[in-house]
Design a binder for this molecule. Structure first.
Ligand SMILES: Cc1cc2nc3c(=O)[nH]c(=O)nc-3n(C[C@H](O)[C@H](O)[C@H](O)COP(=O)(O)OP(=O)(O)OC[C@H]3O[C@@H](n4cnc5c(N)ncnc54)[C@H](O)[C@@H]3O)c2cc1C
Length: 372
């Protein structure tokens, strides 16, 4: 594997929230940082709610002002119909930093990367396609850029490649998949819904999964539907014609009643829950979804991404000059966070009384693909 003369203390693969949080923390601790992140070829609409916890972490990183500056929308609360009973409204006043902010993730991620660069990270626009640990104690990372292939060296490698943890095999780690969730998302620019008007996250359980809706920062409503891959295959098979019927019994506002339009515009993505084993090793750590992809239902994915990036780099920074071991503490922390997440997740599913297989399976604690 070729390499140029540039050597960094840390090479971070992936420029999402986890990678950037790791970069900002490493820079604050005096380290030199490379971030490898592909140039965006197209802009896919992806809207998420950054929870109050996420906002606190953004404050800690000194980047909270990005939210209002980038046109994010403050969320006034959550309106959920979860257990088959009447919808419940939870407003933000009792949450320390409000219910959160709704962001266009493309805008947010680009702004975060720009801050990392401004604070001193060197960005390599491309895909890392190979990593290797050498006897001299450095990693070599090969990066495919538009201009060709280049290489760089680093002391520490941070895997922040998101759900599925790309490049994990080179680290000898395995990906444990705990669920087969799939999400379908639609941005309807014209639908001024309840969610958009009241700036609320709307959440509703349905027979085969759950729906959510958020006000899109650029106007209209962003709707998502999470289901199992088994049901997702049925969706494809029926060309989404069943959706209006599935959707009819939920209170989530959307234009899903227009089936022909729906089949053209919904975008599918994996929402599977899983983690990397191990989540760190000799001079490397996984952070964010690459370390543990939490259930989207929790709304805590970005919070975990930020916190794991910060935590890994703080532990490393504390001992790196002594060449002491920092991984055991990071692995313990990951385990605790993961255990807590899975416990809370189970409680959420237990709170739904819907008798359909999707829910029965999750209430029973067996989260393997249902029906197949
Ligand atoms: C349907 C759905 C809804 C969600 N809603 C919310 C929500 O409302 N609130 C919330 O907090 N969380 C939500 N999440 C979770 C959230 O999206 C993730 O937890 C979060 O994006 C994780 O950040 P990350 O930096 O670990 O990974 P990512 O954001 O996935 O970033 C990984 C980056 O690595 C890059 N990359 C991958 N491979 C390579 C490579 N080889 N070389 C270079 N770069 C590479 C990718 O291009 C990407 O930019 C949701 C998830 C799903 C599936």
């Amino acid at each position: 594997m070729e390499h140029n003369s540039t050597r960094f203390d840390v090479a971070i693969i992936g420029g999402g929230p986890a990678g950037v949080a790791a970069a900002l923390t490493a820079i604050a601790a005096g380290m030199t940082v490379a971030i490898i992140s592909p140039q965006r070829s197209h802009r896919s609409p992806n809207v998420e709610l950054l929870s109050g916890r996420t906002c606190s972490l953004l404050h800690e990183l000194g980047v909270f002002s990005l939210l209002p500056d980038q046109g994010a929308v403050e969320c006034s609360g959550i309106w959920s119909s979860w257990d088959g009973g009447s919808p419940v409204e939870r407003l933000a006043p009792f949450m320390p930093r409000g219910a959160g902010w709704v962001v266009d993730r493309t805008v947010f991620d680009d702004a975060m990367l720009a801050v990392a660069k401004a604070r001193g990270a060197q960005r390599f626009a491309g895909l890392a396609n190979a990593v290797e640990f050498h006897d001299d104690g450095d990693w070599r990372v090969a990066v495919q850029t538009e201009a060709g292939r280049l290489g760089l060296r680093s002391r520490l490698l941070v895997l922040a490649t998101g759900r599925g943890a790309r490049l994990r095999q080179s680290l000898g780690a395995i990906h444990r998949c705990e669920d087969d969730l799939v999400a379908f998302q639609l941005w309807d620019e014209t639908l001024a819904s309840v969610a958009a008007r009241d700036h609320m996250l709307t959440l509703a359980a349905a027979e085969r999964g759950w729906w959510y809706a958020l006000p899109h920062p650029a106007g209209g409503t962003f709707t998502g539907y999470c289901t199992s891959s088994v049901h997702a295959r049925e969706v494809h098979a029926s060309d989404l014609r069943q959706w209006p019927a599935w959707h009819a019994d939920t209170p989530v506002p959307t234009s899903a009643s227009a089936a022909p339009v729906v089949s053209r515009r919904w975008r599918g993505r994996s929402a599977s829950v899983g983690w990397l084993q191990p989540g760190a090793g000799h001079q490397w750590a996984a952070v964010g979804d690459a370390a543990c992809a939490v259930d989207p239902l929790s709304g805590q994915g970005v919070a975990f991404a930020l916190e794991s990036g910060m935590q890994a780099m703080r532990l490393y920074a504390a001992v790196r000059l002594l060449s002491a071991n920092w991984q055991p503490e990071y692995l313990r922390w990951l385990q605790e966070v993961r255990d807590e997440h899975f416990q809370q997740r189970r409680q959420h599913y237990l709170a739904s009384a819907i008798p359909a297989p999707f829910w029965q399976q999750r209430r029973a604690g067996s989260l393997a693909p249902d029906g197949g």
